[in-house]
Design a protein around this ligand. Structure first.
Ligand SMILES: NC(=O)c1ccc[n+]([C@@H]2O[C@H](COP(=O)([O-])OP(=O)(O)OC[C@H]3O[C@@H](n4cnc5c(N)ncnc54)[C@H](OP(=O)(O)O)[C@@H]3O)[C@@H](O)[C@H]2O)c1
Length: 198
């Protein structure tokens, strides 16, 4: 399978790219500064990426940014930034890619634990994560040619906790998280949210 992993230089995406390669899949690594360049917050950039890649079997998105800020401090710009990158970036990867993926191809999106277990200061990210998960459930019903879609909802990742100097208790390693992406892509489910580590 030929897969493009977007966010492949990140903590989650680099482990996903590695797991896919170890399983024998061809991996194209994409990000704003990657070997394949794309900014998912910009639809023209997404179209240019698909033009460069040609037909692929899997689009795996492990990218998308959002703002950490308490509800009363959130600006319009911060909300828009979160929606444009984390939510609409992934939605537009599917909209722009649905006529370009190989028959039976698969989209994998990434949400995160704030959709079901928020902490103070994450309402924008919680909204985006919930939106991604609901979009995937709905989009699955409309995708043509046997295309599938699923959302992986990772918990707090061990390497991220370490990088932030936080406790790693209850976290999931990036490598173990990546196995959920691989299992979904190699399976036959669609329209699901996969809670990795649960
Ligand atoms: N780490 C966690 O604990 C955790 C838990 C749950 C959910 N998540 C979610 O999982 C995703 C990845 O997290 P991570 O921790 O792996 O992040 P990360 O280490 O900061 O890596 C982010 C990756 O995405 C790329 N990227 C960022 N914005 C982009 C854009 N607009 N267009 C294209 N590529 C972009 C980055 O590369 P460039 O800078 O070159 O673009 C990088 O490759 C995020 O959406 C995050 O919210 C993370």
């Amino acid at each position: 399978m030929k897969a493009v992993v977007i966010g492949a230089s990140g903590i989650i995406g680099s482990a996903v790219a590695r797991a896919f390669e170890e399983a024998g899949h061809e991996v194209l690594r994409a990000s704003r500064r990657g070997e394949v360049q794309v900014d998912i917050a910009d639809s023209a950039s997404i179209r240019a990426m698909y033009d460069t890649l040609g037909t692929v079997d899997a689009v795996v998105c492990c990218a998308g940014e959002g703002t950490f800020a308490k509800l009363g401090d959130l600006s319009d710009e911060q909300i828009q930034f979160t929606l444009s990158s984390k939510l609409m970036g992934q939605v537009n990867l599917v909209r722009e890619g649905m006529d370009r993926l190989a028959d039976g191809g698969v989209f994998v999106l990434t949400s995160g634990m704030f959709s079901y277990n928020p902490i103070p200061g994450v309402p924008a990210l919680a909204m985006a994560n919930g939106g991604i998960e609901s979009f995937g459930r709905g989009a699955a019903l409309d995708l043509p040619r046997g295309l599938r879609i699923g959302t992986i909802c990772p918990p707090f990742i061990t390497e991220t906790a370490e990088k932030m100097g936080m406790s790693t208790s209850g976290t999931l390693s990036a490598a173990d998280n990546a196995e959920y992406y691989l299992r979904f892509v190699e399976g036959d489910d669609t329209g699901v949210v996969v809670y990795s580590g649960r």
